[in-house]
Design a protein around this ligand. Structure first.
Ligand code: DSN
Length: 432
């Protein structure tokens, strides 16, 4: 990207941006929720649409001058619907948290109950962590894994809690879970207790788009939320997809499943947000077009093959993996239990070696969240760089060596190898 105007106006900021560009170029990104977007997505993010206000929805805005914005938002909506087989897409949600909150308020009243995955078993902050405002407004009850070593979700427990608590939403989805979810089972339980089945697929949206993970809509889910910047490889942002009919988004309809799309639109605007970020919506449209390209299928399959290959190396080296392996793009390893290093120290050491990942609590963790027992890492970003099994196995071996030896010499040697790997696999400018 050309940053000449920033450089002329604000050298301090320019230097910091350049530093981050270099960090991303020379290191390897293994945070499973991060990725590299195309230059087309970045161009859309910095285009003139950032100047525009567009409260409302296509054809029903509160501001003039919507000749192009209406068409841009419609493009993003139609592409999103096509990718996920949805009846409706709200592409205005600014972030994953806003998408989830928007979906909760579309269907619930304060005090209502949501049944979601236990945070310690892989659920997300916005699925009812006690520190969130949502946890003060709604009652969250939780299901979890039967056994962290196999990762199988306890669907009997899920059903029992659903029958007892009668939640209005049953939520499937995660930010730290490496196995597949039985969407059909969850949707069946939701129907049994007359709840809306909602999936937060933020982590695996790209895998669904690429046909390598199951789509909750194919199994009877009513609402699917997702961020757009993880495996889906778009700009930071989110969307809410739903099944049902669409009426006037600015009128309050009855709370019926058929009206979910309208309830969601009203919940996002005017309920939760003001003006949509039209540059972000344009960038989503670009990314959705890329996700519809046949190349994206190849990418998504490689993301999973790479994660499986890395998981095997860790297993061969005797490292305990939560879930016993991976079906998706991420791996959760108990480094404290297996390699006698805390998650925090592992993150710091690997950072010094040029590998970025995050410390993560594991089910039943005896350590504090800020320095837990686990690390979480994954393959979306390095797969975008073109890494195949051979290279990710090399990366996994380097990681193990650093975590086992824990000394400066090993870190320095690893850093040199990682830089070499990164330089041999530059971040591509476009994907189609
Ligand atoms: N922060 C994201 C993640 O890393 O999984 C989820 O919002």
């Amino acid at each position: 990207m050309d940053y000449s105007h920033i450089r002329n106006e604000d050298l301090d900021l320019y230097n910091l941006i350049e530093g981050e560009e270099k960090r991303q170029r020379e290191g390897l990104e293994l945070i499973p929720s991060e990725n590299y977007v195309s230059l087309a997505v970045r161009e859309a993010m910095s285009c003139a649409l950032t100047n525009k206000y567009s409260e409302g929805y296509p054809g029903k805005r509160y501001y003039g001058g919507q000749e192009y914005t209406d068409q841009i938002e419609t493009l993003a909506i139609e592409r999103a619907k096509k990718i996920f087989g949805a009846d409706h897409a709200n592409v205005q949600a600014l972030s994953g948290a806003a998408a989830n909150i928007g979906a909760y308020f579309a269907w619930l009243e304060p005090g209502d109950t949501i049944l979601g995955m236990d945070l310690a078993h892989g659920g997300h902050l916005t699925h009812g962590a006690p520190v969130t405002y949502m946890a003060k407004l709604f009652k969250f009850v939780r299901y979890g894994m039967k056994d962290p070593d196999t990762g199988e979700i306890d669907y009997d427990q899920l059903r029992e809690i659903a029958l007892k608590e009668r939640p209005k939403i049953i939520l499937g989805g995660f930010s730290g879970y490496s196995r597949s979810i039985d969407w059909k089972k969850i949707a069946e339980i939701a129907r049994e207790v007359d709840a809306v089945a909602m999936a937060d697929v933020a982590h695996i949206a790209g895998l669904i788009a690429g046909g390598v993970a199951e789509n909750p809509f194919d199994h009877g889910f009513n609402i699917v939320t997702t961020t757009t910047h993880k495996t889906l490889r778009g700009p930071r942002g989110a969307m809410i997809l739903s099944k049902g009919t669409v009426s006037n988004p600015l009128r309050a309809p009855e709370k019926t499943m058929e009206n979910l799309p309208t309830l969601i639109d009203r919940s996002v605007f005017p309920g939760l947000q003001g003006g949509p970020h039209m540059h972000q919506i344009a960038a989503k449209a670009v990314a959705f077009n890329e996700a519809l390209h046949p190349n994206f299928k190849t990418y998504a399959h490689q993301v999973v093959s790479n994660a499986k290959a890395m998981a095997e190396v860790f297993k061969e080296e005797g490292v305990r993996l939560i879930g016993g392996g991976t079906d998706n793009h991420l791996i959760l390893a108990d480094v404290y239990g297996s390699l006698d290093i805390s998650g925090g120290d592992a993150e710091t050491l690997l950072d010094a070696a040029g590998i970025t990942l995050n410390k993560n609590s594991i089910a039943g963790d005896t350590r504090k969240p800020f320095d837990p027992s686990g690390i979480r890492f994954g393959t979306p970003a390095i797969t975008t760089r073109g890494f195949k099994e051979e290279q990710v196995i090399e990366v996994a071996r380097i990681m193990i060596e650093v975590l086992k030896n824990k000394d400066d010499a090993t870190v320095a040697k690893a850093r040199a190898s990682i830089k070499e790997l990164a330089e041999a696999n530059p971040v591509p400018e476009s994907f189609i």
